[in-house]
Write a protein that binds this ligand. Sequence first.
Ligand SMILES: CC(C)(COP(=O)(O)OP(=O)(O)OC[C@H]1O[C@@H](n2cnc3c(N)ncnc32)[C@H](O)[C@@H]1OP(=O)(O)O)[C@@H](O)C(=O)NCCC(=O)NCCS
Length: 330
Amino acid sequence: MNNYKVKFAGVSMSVPDKVLTNADLEKMVDTSDEWIRTRTGMVERRITDENTAASDLSYKAIEKLFKTVDIKQKDIDLIIVATISPDHLFPSTACILQKKLGLPPVPAFDLSAGCTGFIYAVTIAKRFIECGMSKNALVIGVELLTKITDWTDRNTCVLFGDGAGAAILTKAKKGEISEIVDTYINADGKYGDLLYMPAGGSRMPATTYTVKKNLHTLRMEGNKIFKAAVKAMGDAAVTILQRNGLTGEDIDWLIPHQANLRIIDATARRIKLPPQKVIINIEKYGNTSSATIPMAFAEAVEDGRIRRGDMVLLDAFGAGFTWGSVLLRY
Ligand SMILES: CC(C)(COP(=O)(O)OP(=O)(O)OC[C@H]1O[C@@H](n2cnc3c(N)ncnc32)[C@H](O)[C@@H]1OP(=O)(O)O)[C@@H](O)C(=O)NCCC(=O)NCCS
């Protein structure tokens, strides 16, 4: 059994141009800029047009990505797309992207783990490369949540946005400092009904009734999820640090899932990380589910905050419930 070291070769992001501000939302539902800012930290989010799907936004991020890495498109031999808003239930968005990229047959699949999707996808891609099954994995977190949002529900419609993040994982060379040190994933299905989309699957296929009742949109019990997220994201950070003999002091950057600024602050406090070491972009993009982490990662690499050799902790929580963390030296 091989045990190759795996690293992030690069990471990139893409968002639609159209901006939806808190002021815009004030005109749509009974809410206020002040409420949204103080309760969530969000100021604006991006929203796709009706012709754009998950694979389109992903493709833009991938095009940018190949300009920053010395890996060729033709050398990708695994595609994993983490999403709960794919182009279609099937075929997978990963297969659609494989076609768009003109790749020969390689394993390609989607993964549903809510907002923890990117952490799950990185975990799986790392294992594929470690054991020698793949050399260069394209790992994507993409979400067009505004397409499954109930725009009459102020409890949810202010929270979500669209975006894509793409990364390439590859074998680290001998002696190289960059490596994914460890990954941790977990789930507890008994809380599934606190955040879900009622219709559109085999439980409740599309009918005129489901469309009339707006059942193809996301439902959430925000307050219960808030409490669970604070605990699970803190636990995920502590678990991965402890089992690697580290503390918050060893971390250069925390990249948390961007669901709520108060959840992010609580997570950083739990591992005693000062705010200046936390990558936050929730004010610009809102919650883009499985895309928040690769998007924040890409922005911080692009603007030079995260550099090669930095110790980075990724940490997420999402529908399922799912939660997990990744510890890496970039
Ligand atoms: C959704 C969330 C921002 C709500 O904040 P909260 O402090 O928990 O607020 P509550 O749900 O307790 O609601 C407080 C009040 O604000 C109201 N409210 C909810 N949304 C509102 C909005 N957009 N504008 C104004 N008021 C709003 C509620 O109706 C409630 O009013 P009431 O007290 O009269 O009943 C917060 O719970 C959260 O971020 N949860 C996690 C969401 C999440 O992460 N989801 C994805 C999984 S990763």
